[in-house]
Design a protein around this ligand. Structure first.
Ligand code: AKG
Length: 235
């Protein structure tokens, strides 16, 4: 879908970072982002699109079979049964890739800003490590107990997009280095971020799925985030 010979456009996206990204504006069904460091003066990729990629969103859970299989797998059903969910549903899927030479940090934020559910704070995120995510390799960093201490008062439907970011000191964050194949789960109020990665010569890749329980909450679709249909797990 992304043609390496066509120029990319430059734009500041509010998520996954507020730094400028290059994007394939002719790809309508996804948001596919690249680092500005990977294009030449004509905005043509200097390296392969697979290496230059930093983000694919949104709604990839509906487009890729591997995501769909994972979302509807028995392991996921068992996970949600353990969480006592009655009607779990996935409403978004994203891919994050980092490389030492050309990736940005992901600034601190709460997913509830974009994952708007009613009652508020009833969504969560599964974060799958597709590669190792070491402490010096852009691992996730969390603020412990922030899902209790920092309920989100406003979301994307109330205020401007910049408000997605929070502003806690570095000392508030705990790094969560994990090996490939690990799963991290966080509440939609949990404040999290990931650093630029500094470990040369390797990619850090992760996939995410956002979820909620249709029996206890309703989800609000945001005008800008075309997430599309939900994948509902049947028991
Ligand atoms: O994978 C990352 O580096 C960031 C993921 C993230 O911020 C998210 O899932 O909301």
């Amino acid at each position: 879908m992304v043609d390496e010979k066509r120029p990319l456009a430059k734009k500041q996206f509010n998520f996954p970072d507020d730094e400028e990204s290059m994007y394939a504006e002719y790809v309508k069904e996804h948001k596919v982002l690249f680092s500005p460091k990977t294009v030449d003066e004509n905005n043509i990729l200097k390296i392969s699109k697979h290496d230059a990629l930093i983000f694919i969103g949104v709604g990839v859970h509906l487009k890729f079979d591997s995501f769909r299989k994972l979302a509807l797998s028995d392991e996921m059903k068992r996970l949600f049964q353990a969480l006592n969910y009655k009607q779990p549903a996935f409403f978004d899927g994203q891919i994050f890739q980092k490389h030492a030479d050309h990736s940005n940090r992901i600034r601190q934020h709460q997913d509830a800003y974009l994952d708007v559910t009613e009652p508020p704070g009833t969504a969560g995120t599964l974060w799958f490590a597709l590669t190792d995510a070491p402490a010096d390799g852009g691992c996730m960093e969390y603020v412990p107990e922030s899902h209790i201490n920092y309920p989100l008062k406003k979301n994307y439907l109330d205020v401007d997009a910049q408000s997605i970011y929070t502003n806690l000191p570095d000392s508030a964050f705990v790094k969560a280095p994990v090996e490939a194949g690990s799963l991290l789960i966080h509440h939609s109020y949990t404040i999290h971020r990931s650093a630029k990665h500094i470990k040369p010569g390797f990619f850090r890749r992760a996939a995410t799925l956002s979820f909620y329980d249709k029996k206890v909450a309703i989800r609000k679709e945001l005008p800008y985030w075309h997430r599309g249909d939900e994948l509902v797990l049947d028991y």
